[in-house]
Design a protein around this ligand. Sequence first.
Ligand SMILES: Cc1cc2nc3c(=O)[nH]c(=O)nc-3n(C[C@H](O)[C@H](O)[C@H](O)COP(=O)(O)O)c2cc1C
Length: 149
Amino acid sequence: MHKSQILYGTQTGNSQEVAEKLKDDIENVGFEVHCADMFDSDPDDIDQYTNIYFIVSTWGEGEPPDDSVDYFTKLKELPDKKLEGKNFAVCGLGDSAYDIFNGFAKDVETEMIRLGCNAITERVDCDIDFEELSDPWIEKIIVHEKNVR
Ligand SMILES: Cc1cc2nc3c(=O)[nH]c(=O)nc-3n(C[C@H](O)[C@H](O)[C@H](O)COP(=O)(O)O)c2cc1C
């Protein structure tokens, strides 16, 4: 049985909004999905899931939201290739006015590739009007869900 997890990292709620839309859309096609803030999650539990979907914003100067720092620190400590055979996708929320546009989304993607995870679709770097790219990204995830579950 393939299980899927949505993990979001947010400071002001935009990424949570996208994560909850993805959760609703997956449930509407008849599948269960676990959706949580990185703050309430532990990378040691990631083994339970085959498909992992990240929706994360970037703050400071290219940094994670405060509540995502501990999760990301632990993710970076997992050994190379630990997540081989699993699938992931990353949707970044940012603002192109900042120098390090969607820096945290890029860092998450880099880690998942190092861990041997297979990218389902290209990372999207959303700007202020995040739905412009997050909605088509969600549609791609739904196609993937229908194919693998
Ligand atoms: C103080 C501040 C710093 C920010 N720093 C960055 C940044 O370095 N890179 C970026 O792409 N976006 C940056 N942003 C934009 C946020 O990532 C963007 O507003 C995003 O939609 C917030 O999503 P969230 O509500 O899920 O945290 C910053 C916004 C603020 C207010």
